[in-house]
Design a protein around this ligand. Sequence first.
Ligand code: HEC
Ligand code: HEC
Length: 331
Amino acid sequence: MKAKQQSYNAHPIGSCQKLFIVGWMLALFFSSCSNNASHLSPIDTTGYVWYGWNHYQLKETDSAERYGYYLITNTAYYWGPKGKLSPISNGMNCQNCHLEAGIIPWGNNFSAVAATYPKFRERSGALESIEKRVNDCIERSLNGKAVDSASKEMKAIVAYLKWVGKEVPRGRKPKGSGIMDIPFLERAADATKGKKVFINNCQRCHGSNGEDQLNTEGYGYTYPPVWGGNSFNTGAGLYRVSKLAGYIKNNMPVNEASYLDPLLTDEEAWDVAAFIASQPRPVKKLTTDWPRLSAKPFDHPFGPYTDSFSEQQHKYGPFLPIVAAGGKRRI
Ligand code: HEC
Ligand code: HEC
């Protein structure tokens, strides 16, 4: 499995470390978003890894940024089924997936957002603003209704995202951004094995039915749902098994695992992701997604495709033949 070390430190540039800006603005590295090295290689997690501003550094006067922070950490309070503003979402918080409001390395962090948007995205086939990208998550991950881009709330979320990423140079994607691409397995991810992983490591919080557990105030979840009616829908990024596996490997169980000290092996992460993805959840019609078929990611579970692999193989793998046949990048 362990092939050559993947070169991820393609662009050595300045620091975006913020907590303690001492004189070590050297040897800090940003990754390139391309991924053309061996797909079996482990990710290099050494050297500089981005870790964002801590929310305690938000000034009282930064009212928009602070409001954005609250909306991201406690989304259900504002937009959940019992939301104070309007009931437009499934009751999950942005933070359920963007840990600690998007500052944790490979915790689906927001480091690249301010520096890379607006950007062209193949999923929509359009140039996307930050607002459009946030609404994507609202409509898919929160299985909700898009928010007006001119609203105070959207402006606040964008202000927070810009604040978090403000030291990242334009166009750069810091190392630790988003979700880690973990090495492919030679075989398909196995939902039956994954169920055992889930029972042993996840069920104590996420429940035997993957269900949500309401918080004591009753408006949001102490443990967010990983499948079922209140979970993210089939159009969400996390529904793709590679994203789910990468997220779980480096972040779950919450507060017990990190990219430096993961609990699950790669195999267990792929298998438990397959198990979660095999369970029912809200369906989102995807007819306008991926207008350029050849740009569909290798693990997009819905056809049509430009290759002849089945939906089943695109969902669970084995992915290596798909990637080899199509020359697809991991996106
Ligand atoms: C169910 C999990 C989930 C929830 C909840 C969620 N997101 Fe996301 N979000 C994702 C995933 C997965 C990605 C894509 C990450 C990747 O491709 O590496 C993403 C990507 C993003 C991006 C683009 C990041 C980038 O670097 O391009 C932004 C901005 C974003 N989300 C904002 C939000 C906001 C704001 C909310 C709440 C309103 C939210 N998300 C809720 C899972 C979620
Ligand atoms: C100690 C309790 C605990 C354990 C054990 C745990 N999780 Fe979580 N999980 C959480 C919490 C809490 C969150 C939301 C984090 C936040 O909001 O800061 C979460 C978030 C998630 C999410 C993203 C949000 C969602 O609902 O889709 C996924 C996926 C997930 N967990 C999967 C797993 C898997 C798989 C395991 C087992 C390997 C696991 N978790 C183990 C508590 C736990």
